[in-house]
Write a protein that binds this ligand. Structure first.
Ligand code: G6P
Length: 367
């Protein structure tokens, strides 16, 4: 079927706006009717028995895997190795027989990811693909394919596929947490309830458009930018930087906030915008001290946080993008929106081709 822009100026804008709906679709597919339990296909390997996970992907899908590592390890105590497919395939990594390999790919056709999958074929206990295109090569080459239900994604820069990948990976981590006795029924019920509420929260978050435009006007004049995040916000900082590079051609680098002092702080001056992704969670105080280090050196901060975080960040000069509140476990899905919108509006301000950025392909089927 032909996909149109549905009244939006770009496919990317449409796909960003569709996220509440498609995440709702993914949740409907993977939750019971009552929404109170996770429903996976019968041939899904038992995540209580698996000894180790290896997650492999490219680009944005790789950052979804990196986020999932935090979820599987923190929530389920399940050790995870994450790798970029082009590195994994040639490194000849030793794989323990109790390993489950998960390949994440929007298109299901990425050559490096497929080659990494084939490398795993006789070396692991099972191969699961998390894909958007159900009839894809990667889906067919795996033991089990879990569709993310994002619908056709046309914009070269991935948006809704990313948040749907995150949603499915989080559900797997929650299933693993229960199967491994790491999470009680009440906490699971809490998180599932928060997940069911997420489409509505995302709709609210889409209203941050105006402050994002202001930030974007400023960013569009920058030569380089720095994204910072801790914990679950670190992979998201990487994704935010990737989005900005891809469509606005502005150099962007992401660091774990705690690494600031080990190098990137040398870059800080009044010309370098620093985007800090930080909901007000257990690590927020540490983020505030990172912000102070940046502000003391004249750095220009954009703080993406909730109202409590913006308040707690206290004095100092920074711009704020205020987000609705969600359970910290779900924050990467919610905070993907400002990451995407910052890149989108910066690209608009610069006048670059949002849907067809130079030199990039939607799916890289050759090495
Ligand atoms: C290309 C696209 C990226 C995408 C990556 C992986 O580089 O431009 O947006 O994240 O491939 O694609 P896949 O289809 O495997 O998720």
């Amino acid at each position: 079927a032909r996909v149109d822009k549905g009244g939006h100026r770009h496919f990317m804008a449409k796909e960003i706006a569709e996220q509440p709906m498609v995440i709702g679709n993914a949740l409907r597919h993977y939750l019971t009717e009552a929404g109170d339990d996770i429903r996976l296909p019968g041939d899904m390997p038992d995540l209580g028995q698996v000894e180790r996970l290896v997650l492999v992907a490219c680009g944005t899908a790789y950052y979804a895997c990196l986020t999932a590592k935090y979820w599987f390890e923190q929530l389920a105590g399940l050790p995870v190795d994450v790798d970029i497919a082009s590195e994994f395939r040639y490194r000849e990594p030793p794989l323990a027989p109790g390993t489950l390999a998960i390949f994440v790919s929007q298109s299901g056709e990425t050559a490096d990811t497929l080659a990494a999958l084939r490398y795993c074929r006789d070396r692991v206990a099972g191969i699961v693909a998390v894909v958007n295109v159900e009839e894809s090569t990667i889906a067919r080459a795996s033991d089990l394919a879990l569709p993310i239900h994002a619908g056709a994604e046309i914009g070269v820069a991935s948006t809704k596929a990313f948040t749907c990948q995150l949603t499915v990976l989080l559900l797997l981590a929650l299933r693993a947490a229960r199967a491994r006795g790491r999470m009680d029924a009440a906490r699971l019920a809490d998180l599932l309830s928060a997940l069911r509420g997420l489409p509505a929260t995302l709709n609210t978050a889409l209203e941050i458009d105006a402050p994002v435009r202001e930030v974007a006007r400023d960013l569009s004049a920058a030569r380089s930018t720095l994204f910072l995040g801790r914990g679950l916000m670190y992979p998201l900082a990487l994704e935010g930087a990737l989005k900005l590079k891809e469509i606005s051609y502005i150099h962007a680098e992401a660091y774990a906030s705690g690494e600031l002092k080990h190098g990137p702080i040398a870059l800080i001056d009044e010309t370098l915008p620093v985007i800090v992704m930080a909901p007000c969670d257990a690590l927020f105080d540490k983020t505030v001290s990172n912000m102070q280090e940046v502000m003391a050196r004249g750095g220009r901060i954009v703080l993406v946080s909730d109202a409590e975080g913006v308040e707690a960040a206290g004095g100092g000069t920074f711009r704020a993008i205020t987000m609705p509140v969600t359970d910290p476990v779900l924050a990467p899905i919610l905070y993907a929106l400002p990451a995407q919108l910052i890149a989108y509006h910066t690209a608009i301000a610069k006048g670059t081709d949002v849907d067809q950025p130079r030199n990039l392909a939607k799916s890289v089927t050759v090495e």
